[in-house]
Design a protein around this ligand. Structure first.
Ligand code: ASP
Length: 346
C-alpha cells in the first residue's frame, strides 16, 4: 500500500470518527438503518463472582436492555451465537461466524453487523473476519473491560458508539472495526496492549489496508476446518522444545514470535530451517508490537532458509493469515506476497 493510500485510509477513518454530534441516519425511504447483532460473549456479557467475574454469562437480550437509547439510531435484532470468554475462541467458531456474517449481509435486509465479543482475542476475530467477509457493509466488534453488572460498566457506552458508527454511511467500505474504550479501531492495526485499562487497544502501523469486499481475502464457504498453525514464543536462553513439538505433531505451519527483529537463537534457527526444508511453513514475526519484521536489512537469510517474514503482522495475526493462506496454496512465494501486499484480486 502506498503512503498516499495509507494516508487517505487514515484520513477517511479520522473523518468518520471525528463526527462529534451523532445524527440519526435515515435510509432512502425514511426508515432507520437495520443492524443485526451477533452475540458471542466476553466481559461485555460478564457477571460478577466472589473473586471477580465470569465472562460470557449474560444474554444479549439483557445486555441490550441496559442501553434503551440504541433504538433511536437503528432497528436492531440479535442472535446469541455462543456465550464464551474469548480466550476460548477458535477456528471452529471463526468459520461458522464468518459464514453467518456473510449470510446476514448478503440477504439484503441489513445495513451492518455488530458482534459482541471478549477483548482478549477481539483483534484475532476481527482480522479473521476482515479476510473472510465479502461484503463492504460495516462489521464492528464491540466489547467491554467491566462485566455487565458493574455499576460503572463500559459495555453500554461502547455498544452505543458501535451502533452510532455502524449506521454512518461512511462506515461502508472499511476494514472490520473494533469498538473499545469509546473508540473505533480497524482490524489490521488494532491490538490489545493493556490488561486492565478501559481503553485497552492501540494501533500499530500496517503494511496493507484491506477493506473487506467481494474481491478481497479468502473464500471459506466450503471449509469445515483450518490447517494447524502454532505460535512459538522467543526468549533469552530459549528452548526448542515447543518448536520441535509443533513440527513433530505435523503442524502445517509455525509462527515464531521472535526476539527483537524476529530473531531465533542458533538452535531454533537450525531446527526451523530443517523444518522448512521438510515442508513446515515457518513465519518469522516478533514479540515486539511495533516496527514489523522484514527480510531486507535483518540478520536472518529468509530466502536461503525458506522462511517468510511477517511484515507488520503480529504473531497472532500472522497465524490467522497463514492458516487461511494454507487453505489455498503451499507455495512460499505466494504466501510471502500475501504477507507483504495483502490478499486482494487473486
Ligand atoms: N476474558 C474476557 C474475554 O476476552 C476479557 C474481556 O472480554 O475483556 O472474553
Amino acid at each position: 500500500m502506498t503512503h498516499k493510500f495509507k494516508f487517505l485510509a487514515f484520513l477517511s477513518l479520522a473523518v468518520l470518527l471525528s463526527t462529534a454530534s451523532w445524527s440519526r441516519e435515515k435510509t432512502y425511504d425514511g426508515s432507520l438503518p437495520k443492524v443485526h447483532i451477533i452475540a458471542t460473549g466476553g466481559t461485555i456479557a460478564g457477571a460478577s463472582t466472589d473473586i471477580g467475574y465470569d465472562a460470557g454469562k449474560v444474554s444479549i437480550e439483557t445486555i441490550l436492555q441496559a442501553v434503551p437509547g440504541l433504538t433511536q439510531y437503528a432497528e436492531l435484532d440479535y442472535e446469541q451465537f455462543c456465550n464464551i470468554g474469548s480466550q476460548d475462541m477458535n477456528e471452529q467458531i471463526w468459520l461458522p461466524l464468518a459464514k453467518r456474517v456473510n449470510q446476514v449481509l448478503a440477504c439484503g435486509h441489513y445495513d451492518a453487523v455488530l458482534i459482541t465479543h471478549g477483548t482478549d482475542t477481539m483483534e484475532e476475530t476481527a482480522f479473521f473476519l476482515n479476510l473472510t467477509v465479502h461484503n463492504p457493509k460495516p462489521v464492528i466488534l464491540v466489547g467491554a473491560m467491566r462485566p455487565s453488572d458493574a455499576v460503572d460498566a463500559d459495555g453500554p457506552s461502547n455498544l452505543l458508539k458501535a451502533v452510532q458508527t455502524a449506521v454512518k454511511p461512511d462506515a461502508v467500505g472499511k476494514e472490520v472495526m473494533c469498538c473499545l474504550g469509546g473508540r473505533i479501531y480497524e482490524a489490521g492495526a488494532a491490538f490489545k496492549n493493556d490488561t486492565h485499562s478501559l481503553d485497552p487497544v492501540s494501533e500499530t502501523s500496517v503494511d496493507w489496508y484491506l477493506p473487506h469486499n467481494a474481491a478481497t481475502g479468502f473464500f471459506i464457504e466450503d471449509l469445515q476446518e483450518l490447517p494447524e498453525v502454532g505460535i512459538v514464543y522467543g526468549y533469552g536462553s530459549g528452548s526448542t522444545t515447543a518448536l520441535e513439538a509443533f513440527v513433530n505433531a505435523g503442524y502445517k505451519g509455525v509462527v515464531f514470535a521472535g526476539v527483537g527483529d524476529g530473531n531465533l537463537n542458533r538452535a531454533a534457527l537450525d531446527l526451523a530451517g530443517r523444518a522448512a526444508k521438510n515442508g513446515t511453513v515457518i513465519v518469522r514475526s516478533s514479540r515486539i508490537p511495533y516496527g514489523g519484521v522484514y527480510t531486507e536489512g535483518g540478520e536472518v537469510d529468509d530466502e536461503r532458509l525458506g522462511f517468510i517474514a511477517s511484515g507488520s503482522l503480529s504473531p497472532q495475526k500472522s497465524r490467522i493469515l497463514l492458516m487461511l493462506a494454507l487453505t489455498t496454496t503451499r507455495d512460499i512465494g505466494t504466501i510471502r506476497s500475501y504477507f507483504r501486499h495483502g490478499v486482494s484480486e487473486r
